[in-house]
Design a binder for this molecule. Structure first.
Ligand SMILES: Nc1ncnc2c1ncn2[C@@H]1O[C@H](COP(=O)(O)OP(=O)(O)OP(=O)(O)O)[C@@H](O)[C@H]1O
Ligand SMILES: [Mg+2]
Length: 258
């Protein structure tokens, strides 16, 4: 269970996330929605230790997340994708998946020495990477350079990189934005499956899509929680209609493929 209390992020005089509380259960799909600039990405950045946090506490099970150094987030079970795919351009698709996995391996120094234990772990990691690439229909392009792939494939690869570490908490920042009609259903199936195994916290502007997969959602505006509940209850919530659903920003063409 992720338990965030009073999380606050400031950029100079701007309070991008303002004393926000959030509880995300161990399994299932939890959505974060709200208008542009509401602070959704900043909250995910805070939870994944990508940006400094001015106040509050975050616990994932027994782990005090805000005391982790940024590079330790993945080994603590927190993985994330980015609003704009963040990939290593000089590595292949497969290498992009494998590169982050060493930090999650148990064998440490012996990993560098290629002992039998580390070799077994390496093989398991490769098998996981292959499975994730096949699930997202990227196996055929495993040796391609990310820059040579269409944007939607790059987004899928960014999500694949987060999935392959088998996190306890999977943070996805608008994973469907930029996907084609052919790509979106593959991702939808992968996210559904991930929600059976771990906690998924997903930013998404496509409300109809969320009604199909999310159990709960938090609606943010100006860094604060406006409301929280099931997608059906949020659709009729007057505050949510005022700040978000009534503005027309909640729909994206790419994700309507789902
Ligand atoms: N690194 C930064 N430095 C200064 N201000 C920032 C920084 N990152 C975000 N902000 C500001 O913080 C606020 C929240 O931004 P954020 O990107 O979290 O919004 P968002 O809800 O993800 O919006 P969108 O739906 O457009 O992605 C905005 O006012 C934004 O301009
Ligand atoms: Mg954002």
């Amino acid at each position: 269970m992720l338990e965030a209390r009073g999380v606050t992020v400031r950029f100079g005089g701007l309070v991008a996330v303002n004393a926000l509380d959030l509880d995300v259960p161990d399994r299932g799909i939890f959505a974060l929605v709200g208008p542009n600039g509401a602070g959704k990405t900043t909250l995910i950045n805070a939870l994944s230790r990508v940006c400094p946090v001015a106040g509050g506490t975050v616990r994932l099970g027994d782990v005090d997340v805000l005391s982790l150094p940024p590079h330790a987030a993945v080994s603590a079970g927190i993985a994330r994708s980015f609003q704009r795919a963040e990939l290593f351009p000089s590595l292949t698709v497969l290498e992009n998946l494998l590169v982050g996995l060493h930090s999650t391996m148990q064998t440490g120094l012996s990993g560098a020495l290629m002992t039998p234990a580390s070799r077994t772990e390496e093989q398991a990691a490769r098998a996981r990477a292959e499975r994730v690439l096949r699930d997202l229909d990227l196996w055929e392009v495993r040796n391609a350079a990310p820059a040579d792939m269409p944007y939607g494939h790059q987004k899928l690869l960014d999500v694949a990189r987060a999935l392959v570490s088998e996190p306890a908490l999977l943070l996805l920042d608008e994973p469907f934005a930029g996907l084609t009609e052919a790509e979106a259903p593959r991702l939808l199936a992968c996210i559904r499956a991930a929600g059976e195994r771990c906690a998924v916290l997903m930013i998404e502007h496509h409300f109809e899509l969320l009604e199909g997969i999310a159990q709960r959602m938090t609606v943010m505006d100006f860094g604060q929680k406006v409301s929280e509940g099931t997608p059906a209850s949020m659709r009729t919530d007057p505050e949510v209609i005022r700040c978000y659903l009534g503005t027309g920003r909640h729909r994206t063409a790419a994700a309507s493929a789902c």
